[in-house]
Design a protein around this ligand. Structure first.
Ligand code: 5GP
Length: 205
């Protein structure tokens, strides 16, 4: 068993558009205030002032310099824009024994899975395709064509779900939030993280 004593956990949350992932994320962070949220970098334009809680906005040039400098734990192009997870803050928190939650799409998630062996990965799914379709159609800001494109992207993303360790079906929001919190609690209790503690107790006998 790898000994990860003293090191903070890394949790990864992904899920297609329409899975309710953003709402779940907010509620999980509210329930677990000692969990750090990893702020991503993106080249997409700001849609809402609250976006600043989730993203550092960059120009394409700045982002590409960041890629060249090895700034990102992962990065991907998604709907014509770059998105990436800055590695520095995550390493610093984990080195202090503090836990971090990353939210990203599937291409980036697969990169993190390869680079971080002690990762805990969670995929959020809608309960059915019919529910996903209904949720996306209810967003009245989009045309039928845009909605259809999102559904196709969601299907592609859901095909990657078996690569994740945990699946949470977002049928009832409260239950889904509790399940994600439960997985995080279990990850924190993983034996590999507590070998030092066990040795200390045994040595004090
Ligand atoms: P949005 O533009 O709607 O905020 O996000 C679009 C997609 O980018 C979502 O699926 C979201 O999970 C994903 N995303 C957010 N941050 C990151 C990141 O740091 N890296 C990657 N690869 N995807 C991200």
């Amino acid at each position: 068993m790898p000994d990860t004593s003293g090191k903070g956990c890394l949790f990864l949350l992904s899920g297609p558009s329409g899975s309710g992932k953003d709402t779940i994320l907010k509620q999980v962070l509210a329930r677990l205030p000692d969990l750090h949220f990893s702020i991503s970098a993106t080249t997409r334009p700001r849609r809402d002032p609250s976006d600043d809680e989730k993203y550092h906005f960059m120009t394409r040039e700045e982002f590409e310099q960041g890629i060249a400098a090895g700034t990102f734990l992962e990065h991907a192009r998604y709907v014509d824009h770059y998105y990436g997870t800055p590695a520095g803050p995550i390493e610093a928190w984990r080195a202090k024994g503090e836990d971090v939650l990353v939210e990203c799409e599937v291409q980036g998630a697969l990169q993190i899975m390869q680079r971080v062996p002690d990762l805990t990965s969670i995929f959020i799914m809608p309960p059915s395709l019919a529910v996903l379709r209904r949720r996306l159609q209810n967003r009245q800001t989009e045309t039928a064509e845009q909605t259809e494109k999102r559904i196709q992207t969601a299907l592609t993303e859901m095909r990657a779900a078996p690569h994740y360790q945990y699946l949470v079906i977002n049928d009832a929001l409260e239950d889904a939030v509790s399940q994600v919190c439960g997985i995080i609690t279990a990850g924190r209790a993983a034996m590999a993280r507590h070998i030092d503690f066990i040795n200390e107790v045994l040595q004090s006998c």
